[in-house]
Design a protein around this ligand. Structure first.
Ligand SMILES: [Zn+2]
Length: 289
């Protein structure tokens, strides 16, 4: 394409907030009605990373993936489950009922704008159980869209390479890997020299209760909201991780685009759920055909 032509026809942005209203319908069509919703929270990330780390990390992977396999990426979404960091400065928590209702409303708004599939990309470990629950309760009512959660972060080869390159094997929060990740995407926001200022080792204060889960478990182990040791972090490891996530995410977007089964099953389920006593009879007559 000549320079003039490319000026006339700029590439379609993947980020919702960067699209014009007039280009929006084209984007929905090109995305085959798939909207990607990267999610994080606002929480402390050790002594050295910014509060918005999870959202930035998930968005970076989602945007790269959507550029590869076109989808529209929803604007930054910061409202998730993060009670366990409420004692730390800058943390934003939303009460559980509103948290769920807000996400429900956002998904409905995405659908009202023409999308039939919402693919949630989670960047925060504390969201996992809540998001799975959110997906389950989508069956509570009839929906004109399907909510999916991207499950896998990396392929097997990336998982092995990341493990081989890491110098620490503990952590999970603001650790070597997450810090490397940020060094790859926002090096200007990483203050690595501060990484040793706090202790990211598990305190084991609930060791005597190994077989019983309780909400205070994370605080019991990591009261400073730092799990691991970020000091060996480096941008190369981070780039490997982000690239791996974007690659497998592009595959998930492709699979979600192609999926014609989930929505049909949802509708069939609701028809049956509306008249459960006829479900068995309907199945029997179907078997006869
Ligand atoms: Zn997090």
């Amino acid at each position: 394409m000549s320079e003039k032509a490319s000026q006339r026809r700029p590439a379609l942005a993947v980020q919702w907030e960067e699209l014009t209203a007039s280009d929006f319908p084209k984007a929905v069509r090109r995305a085959r009605k798939v909207c990607v919703l990267p999610m994080g929270v606002i929480e402390k990330h050790g002594p050295h990373l910014p509060l918005g780390t999870d959202v930035m990390a998930a968005r970076a992977a989602a945007i790269r993936a959507a550029e590869r396999e076109y989808a529209v990426v929803f604007p930054p979404y910061y409202f998730g489950q993060i009670y366990e960091a409420r004692h730390q400065p800058g943390c934003i928590t939303i009460r559980p009922e509103l948290l769920t209702e807000l996400l429900q409303e956002v998904c409905a708004e995405i659908a009202r704008n023409g999308f039939e599939k919402v693919l949630i990309v989670n960047g925060h470990g504390g969201n996992t159980n809540w998001l799975n629950f959110f997906c389950q309760i989508q069956l509570a009512r009839r929906n004109d869209h399907v909510v999916y959660i991207a499950r896998r972060q990396w392929d097997e080869a990336t998982t092995k390479e990341v493990a081989a390159r890491r110098k620490t094997d503990s952590g999970g929060h603001a650790d070597e890997l997450e810090t490397s990740w940020m060094m790859a995407i926002r090096p200007d926001l990483v203050q690595l020299s501060r990484a040793g200022r706090e202790d990211g080792r598990a305190r084991g204060r609930l060791e005597h209760m190994k077989d019983a889960y309780t909400g205070i478990w994370w605080y019991a182990d990591f009261p400073d909201h730092y799990a691991g040791d970020a000091r060996p972090a480096n941008a190369e490891l981070g780039e490997l991780a982000v690239k791996g996530w974007a690659t497998s995410l592009a595959e998930v977007i492709r699979a979600v685009k192609a999926d014609r089964v989930a929505r049909k099953l949802q509708e069939e389920f609701h028809r049956e759920a509306g008249a459960p006593l006829s479900t068995a009879a309907r199945r029997k007559s179907r078997r006869r055909v």
